[in-house]
Design a protein around this ligand. Structure first.
Ligand SMILES: [Zn+2]
Length: 134
């Protein structure tokens, strides 16, 4: 689809997605809980099931992010003797767990964002779902 035909552009979708807002209406309402995506946006009712196939990738992104932002910095701190090995190991265990819990809802939102950046025409506001009997 041509970018100029879109009411909500890819830039809008990214800006909304980074803030965890709905890509369709720009309001909050994607998350049912900290760890779970709702079935539809609470503000505009956009069906979120279509991008749900991507959520299985969420946890693996979390592990990679945890290694990059928690494990590797701790390894440096231990090797430069800023942290003791014991402190590094404890920080690694609890830091990784805490980090994943903390970024989980952000990862969920960003999966929805990534889906709609790839397929902006799928948004209801951009005419997505028209002509389909659902
Ligand atoms: Zn919405």
């Amino acid at each position: 689809m041509d970018e100029s035909e879109l009411k909500v552009t890819r830039g809008d979708i990214i800006a909304r997605g980074l803030l965890c807002n709905c890509p369709n209406c720009g309001k909050r309402g994607l998350l049912a809980s900290w760890f779970r995506m709702g079935k539809a946006c609470r503000s505009c009712g956009m069906d979120l099931a279509r991008s749900a196939g991507l959520y299985s990738g969420t946890t693996s992104i979390g592990y990679v992010a945890a290694i990059l932002f928690v494990i590797i910095p701790i390894c440096f701190l231990v090797s430069f003797k800023v942290l003791s090995v014991k402190a590094g190991v404890l920080l690694g265990i609890f830091g990784t767990f805490g980090f994943i819990v903390l970024i989980y809802p952000v990862m969920l939102c960003w999966m929805v964002m990534a889906y709609h950046v790839a397929l902006p025409g799928e948004l209801p506001v951009n005419g997505g779902g028209e002509g389909r009997d659902e």
